[in-house]
Design a protein around this ligand. Structure first.
Ligand code: SF4
Length: 353
């Protein structure tokens, strides 16, 4: 999984129909009236950037599937890509029908990431999610019928009120849909969210560790191999765009709050769509701030990211002998064991830069 030689484009769509209780992303539920101006501003910024052809494009948010599909397809068409580039759009299952998947397919979209989170209604309610779980199967059907070859289902585990059996049931139901890729994340509490205010609903670390073992067992048994702590795929369906991030490759982000990276310099755009639209209209820079990484920080971050993948880190970058049961030697690399994957942040502190 060496994605570092490519070039990625990220487009942020900051609109959502409702705000989920755990979400700290830059998204708004009351700015739909800005949508057309916003998309035009993103297109203008893309045009001005004179981009090299991208090896991967990721349209995320927010909820990109709230944009009329032909309009989003037109925006995607403005991004130069290499032949065979991976083009992903994040969607809410409620918005996905054959009109949407047909429009996306015609724009070259070959990967859809569906925000499923859980298939258990009570758990969805606890997360403040409003989508209808019955729409997930219909969405998957529309994606497959349109011939879009890769599909990711995003899941969240460890919600208070979710039992082990609820989690197993979610996994069984999604596996029946035979997805080639699944991302499963432990619920995290982000400052400033409604979830942060509700102390009784904060997840328990031990429960999350148990849930991680359940998901890893279930997905491995179904032929989806873990290739990063939170990502499992059938062979050949690993996400190239994420691979680029993990390999510290160059990428350019468009839209409010989007991040970019080029050869050790990172920068990010202003946070609100209103401000972003104004700056583009003025012909001004949309950058809010940036940072230059020194060599050591860059090397450390690179190792930290690799450690989280099945590729692991070179033997001389970690004293693996001192971490029995936590890392294991595979060829000339140290790779996290499953127990180690639950302690990845702690293991990172032992990396030798
Ligand atoms: S749909 Fe996604 S981006 Fe929008 S509020 Fe929910 S978690 Fe956040």
């Amino acid at each position: 999984m060496n994605g570092g030689d490519g070039f990625g484009v990220y487009v942020h769509i900051p609109f959502c129909a409702s705000k989920c209780d755990y979400c700290a992303f830059a998204t708004w539920t009351d700015r739909a009236h800005l949508m057309e101006q916003y998309l035009a501003a993103v297109e203008r910024e893309i045009e001005r950037a004179e981009l090299p052809a991208a090896t991967s494009v990721f349209v995320g948010g927010g909820t990109p599937s709230l944009v009329p599909p032909e309009r989003l397809a037109a925006l995607i068409d403005t991004i130069p890509v290499v032949a065979g580039a991976e083009i992903t759009v994040e969607c809410n299952p409620d918005n996905v029908d054959s009109a949407l998947t047909t429009a996306y397919a015609s724009a070259g979209v070959n990967r859809i990431s569906l925000g499923v989170q859980s298939m258990v209604p009570e758990v969805l309610e606890r997360l403040g999610r409003r989508h209808d779980r019955d729409n997930v199967a219909a969405a998957v059907d529309a994606i497959q019928t349109a011939g879009i070859p890769t599909l990711n289902l995003d899941l969240i585990y460890g919600t208070v009120g979710e039992s082990d059996d609820d989690w197993r049931s979610t996994l069984e139901q999604v596996l029946e849909l035979d997805p080639p890729h699944i991302s499963a994340y432990a619920l995290t509490v982000e400052a400033g969210t409604p979830l942060a205010e509700r102390r009784a609903d904060h997840p328990d670390d031990d429960v999350q560790a148990d849930r991680y073992e359940i998901v890893d067992d279930a997905l491995s048994a179904a032929g989806l191999m873990g290739y990063e702590i939170s990502n499992w795929a059938k062979p050949g369906h690993e996400c190239r765009h994420n691979g680029l991030y993990w390999a510290q490759g160059d990428y350019r982000g468009f839209g409010c709050a989007a991040h970019s990276h080029s050869a050790g310099r990172r920068w990010w755009n202003v946070r609100t769509p209103d401000r972003y639209i104004d700056l583009v209209a003025q012909g001004a820079s949309t950058e809010a701030a940036g940072e230059e990484l020194d060599e050591e920080t860059r090397r450390f971050e690179g190792l930290e990211l690799r450690l989280r993948t099945r590729e692991g880190v070179p033997l001389d970058r970690l004293d693996g002998e001192a971490l029995p049961g936590i890392v294991e030697q595979r060829g000339d690399r140290w790779v996290l064991t499953r127990r180690g994957r639950l302690m990845a942040n702690e293991v990172s502190t032992h990396l030798i830069v």
